[in-house]
Write a protein that binds this ligand. Structure first.
Ligand code: FEO
Length: 399
């Protein structure tokens, strides 16, 4: 049965939630599910903004038919060809064969790659183009690499409605409420929104900054992303988060101790550093990198200002889960942070030097304090070195 929600009298939400999915993109755990958003504008022309993932396609088609109420579908605007939004395009064209696709040049090429389509119903648009659809117009904004190269956004200037593609989206299904101001977003969605941002588009901060500059010139009243709630209030707060995130600046002043430990001795060292930081008034969190998904670790590393990496040595290298985490940080252009190192090894500690090499290849990552080496287990002198490390971090932190 249809389950549509009116955003305005003539703009309708048609998306759906997938709570059965375990891993978004086969990579990111989504225990609270994810929504796939699609929007229908009923003007003199009917305009569909994106389709949905195949997981919610049956509901989507029921919603679309109900919302059209017997009208034909005139235009399909495709902002992004990733299949979580375009998997149902071919089925849509079979059902509405006269629909005209409006999209970027790159998407028009990708369409042929994904579907056995002829190109005759595709209208290619580019940055700055505007199309009248009746009382309103739709203008197009290029947004390459947010999150694929073909991505564009659309804007309805008469009502200040921005269709923002993946930007401003979040993991987490919608729980009845469609609008961000109807939920406690900071409590219920912000962690997932941050994790979504850094894992999905975090690598492309420069491109996100470019889009934010374009957005600054628009009178935006409503943001309709492809995942998560629709925004009609507090847009400045949301845009501010994206500004900080895409500049790779710490969102909060605070410390995180990440450790990889096989028999608990590296954990012991990590927790001593954390306790000594807390005693000095530094807000601190601790994560076992072998027991927390790397997508969460990545989001937490980007969130805070001071990070401590503690790893045992394994096969003459960094422990597997820590190596994977640091490699993921590097792949996402991790930068602008202070960090400290603790290594462990029973006969040839190597993890510290290897971690340091990795961080030396990242931008503006500065080490604080002396690297601490644990030989198998923490002794009194090692404890003193860990305390000195916490003191150096606290001094740098300004606590
Ligand atoms: Fe939600 Fe990049 O797709």
């Amino acid at each position: 049965m249809q389950n549509i929600t009116k955003i305005t009298d003539e703009l309708i939400y048609l998306g759906g939630n997938d709570r059965r999915i375990a891993l978004f993109e086969s990579a990111f755990p989504v225990p609270r599910g994810v929504s796939y958003n699609s929007y229908l504008l009923l003007d003199e022309k009917t305009v569909l903004f994106d389709t949905v993932d195949s997981a919610v396609s049956d509901l989507f088609f029921e919603n679309l038919e109900h919302a059209l109420a017997g009208r034909s579908l005139d235009l399909l605007v495709i902002h992004h060809m990733e299949p979580d939004h375009s998997a149902t395009v071919f089925r849509l064209i079979e059902k509405y064969p006269n629909v005209q696709i409006v999209t970027s040049q790159k998407t028009s090429a990708m369409l042929q790659n994904y579907f056995p389509l002829s190109c005759k119903n595709v209208q290619v648009v580019k940055e700055g183009d505007t199309m009248s659809v009746g009382k309103r117009s739709v203008s197009f904004i290029s947004a390459p690499m947010v999150h694929w190269p073909e991505v564009m956004m659309s804007f309805i200037p008469e009502e200040g409605i921005l269709f923002s593609a993946d930007a401003f989206g979040t993991f987490g299904a919608l729980s009845g409420a469609l609008f961000a101001d109807e939920v406690n977003f900071e409590r219920d969605y912000l962690d997932d929104a941050r994790r979504y941002y850094f894992n999905i588009v975090g690598k492309y901060g420069i491109q996100v900054q470019n889009v934010l500059k374009k957005a600054a010139g628009l009178r935006i009243e409503l943001i309709c992303p492809l995942h998560g709630p629709v925004w009609r209030k507090d847009l400045g707060w949301l845009l501010g988060k994206y500004d900080i995130w895409s500049k790779y600046e710490p969102e909060e002043k605070g410390a995180v101790v990440f450790y990889a430990s096989v028999y608990g001795h590296t954990q012991n060292a990590a927790e001593i550093v954390a306790s000594e930081l807390a005693k000095r008034g530094v807000p601190v969190k601790v994560y076992d990198v072998s027991h927390t998904h790397v997508s969460n670790l990545l989001a937490e590393a980007f969130r805070y200002s001071h990070l401590v990496f503690c790893s045992t040595t394994y096969n003459n290298g960094i422990f597997i889960s820590m190596e994977n985490f640091i490699s993921d940080l590097k792949a996402h252009f991790f930068q602008n942070r202070k960090y400290a190192l603790v290594e462990n090894g029973s006969w040839s500690p190597q993890a510290g030097a290897l971690m340091e090499k990795e961080f030396s290849e990242m931008k503006n990552i500065k080490r604080v304090g002396e690297k601490v080496t644990v030989l198998s287990s923490v002794k009194e002198e090692t404890r003193a070195a860990l305390t000195a490390l916490a003191e150096a971090l606290a001094a740098d932190f300004g606590a």
